[in-house]
Design a binder for this molecule. Structure first.
Ligand SMILES: [Fe+2]
Ligand SMILES: [Fe+2]
Length: 262
């Protein structure tokens, strides 16, 4: 199975950037399935129906979640529809939707799991390590490949989880920090990992948000508005993963391109 996975698509510029590079990436990698983290798609918080439909038209099949996903009521509404291919974090209690779901990819079955880290995000949510083990137990040997989006802040937490389940899932892909790490590899057991895939959005920004807003936030200690630049250079961060018949990863390749959005 060939899988293409985009890091956090952030705002309109991120949506447009992904749309502009997708035809070329599809030609090059021939993905069987395209997945994207949708934590910041609609003005930085979650995803609405219009933007979901737009990205599906571009070819994205499945959307994973994060710490901003449930902040948008429209996203929570979308999650109640079982036909909508949007996940919530699996270790979020009392929330709409599902955090782990099996998708039919041609003749194959792909289990996608969305998890949220606790360190520096929310120490009170259930442990992603424990929840992941429970999910894997439930789906034991029933799928051809398993992809985990681990949306977390701490590098250490994101480094530990793949070792914990090496060989039991196809890939553990980190998201959330918006900065692509250069540590992609396949662990000895066959699990492909990258600490953070990066993001798709405004390049001349602070992790996607207007840089002056954020500089001011650090200078004054006050809040900031989620102002996302709409034009200029946009970066598109993704990974390409190839799997073998036994569900283990054989390739993980980092994608980092820049497109101009006018
Ligand atoms: Fe994000
Ligand atoms: Fe996030």
């Amino acid at each position: 199975m060939n899988i293409l996975f985009f890091g956090d698509i952030s705002g309109k510029i991120g949506r447009r950037a992904v749309a502009s590079v997708l035809p070329g990436l599809k030609k090059k990698y021939q993905p069987d399935v395209i997945i994207a983290n949708a934590d910041n798609v609609t003005h930085g918080n979650g995803i609405n129906e219009t933007h979901l439909n737009y990205l599906r038209e571009q070819g994205i099949d499945i959307f994973t979640a994060g710490d901003h996903t449930l902040r948008r009521p429209q996203t929570r509404e979308l999650l109640t529809d079982k036909e909508v291919p949007v996940l919530r974090p699996a270790n979020t209690e009392n929330a709409e939707g599902e955090g782990a779901k099996v998708f039919e990819i041609g003749e194959k079955k792909l289990l996608v799991i969305s998890l949220l880290g606790r360190t520096f995000i929310d120490e009170n949510i259930p442990s992603p390590f424990v929840v992941l083990k429970e999910i894997l137990h439930a789906y034991n040997d029933k799928v051809d490949a398993i992809l985990v989006d681990f949306h977390a802040e701490a590098t250490s937490e994101k480094a530990a989880l793949p070792w914990y389940i090496d060989g039991k899932v196809t890939a553990v892909l980190g998201t959330h920090t918006h900065v692509q790490t250069a540590d992609e590899r396949i662990l000895p057991g066959g699990t492909a990992v990258i600490t953070d895939v990066g993001f798709c959005g405004a390049r001349d920004s602070v992790i996607g948000v207007d840089k002056d807003e954020i500089i001011n936030h650090f200078l004054t200690g006050g809040g900031f508005r989620m102002n996302i630049p709409e034009y200029g250079d946009a970066q598109v961060n993704a990974v390409y993963i190839q799997t073998a018949a036994d569900g283990k990863a054989t390739t993980i390749e980092r994608i980092n391109t820049i497109v101009k959005i006018t």
